[in-house]
Design a protein around this ligand. Structure first.
Ligand code: HEM
Length: 126
């Protein structure tokens, strides 16, 4: 692994993938697919997006230092970890969790914006 921040992204992605797959198996076994969108978002934000960020930092060590990559990790991790249980509850008939889902969505969006900022930073070496 070329740097520690990309390893952190991959480690987090691996843990969240396991949780997402366990939930997928639970949905299959129980026949309750009500929270399929929560499973999908955990796997996509928590695993796929997390891995893409990790791959980027592995390929671009010049942009993997400083505070911004760590803030991106925190934003995307908190987004996935908060969104999953609150979306499960929302989709199982608890509308009071909608503001939490919305807050987590904005954290994920902030992460995407930060990623774009990192990409367009002229000073970093690619
Ligand atoms: C052990 C592995 C997995 C199992 C057992 C599993 C199981 C399921 C089940 C039962 C559904 C609901 C299907 C339906 O209601 O029509 C589902 C939906 C879905 N899964 Fe998985 N899944 C797994 C892994 C993954 C992974 C790795 C991803 C993405 C990286 C993923 C993405 C999705 C998506 C996008 C949906 C559609 C959600 C929706 O219709 O709202 N799944 N999965």
């Amino acid at each position: 692994m070329s740097n520690s921040i990309s390893l952190l992204f991959f480690r987090t992605a691996a843990v969240l993938l396991i949780v997402g797959m366990i939930f997928g198996i639970y949905m299959s076994a129980s026949g309750n697919h009500a929270a399929a969108a929560a499973h999908a978002h955990l796997n996509l934000i928590g695993f796929v997006v997390m891995c893409v960020y990790g791959i980027f930092f592995a390929l671009n060590p010049g942009r993997s230092t400083g505070r911004l990559p760590k803030i991106l990790w925190a934003l995307n991790t908190i987004a996935a970890v908060v969104m999953f249980p609150s979306l499960v509850l929302l989709l199982n008939g608890h509308p009071s969790f909608e503001p939490l889902v919305a807050a987590a969505s904005f954290l994920a969006l902030l992460g995407a914006i930060l990623f774009a900022v990192l990409l367009f930073q002229p000073t970093a070496t690619a």
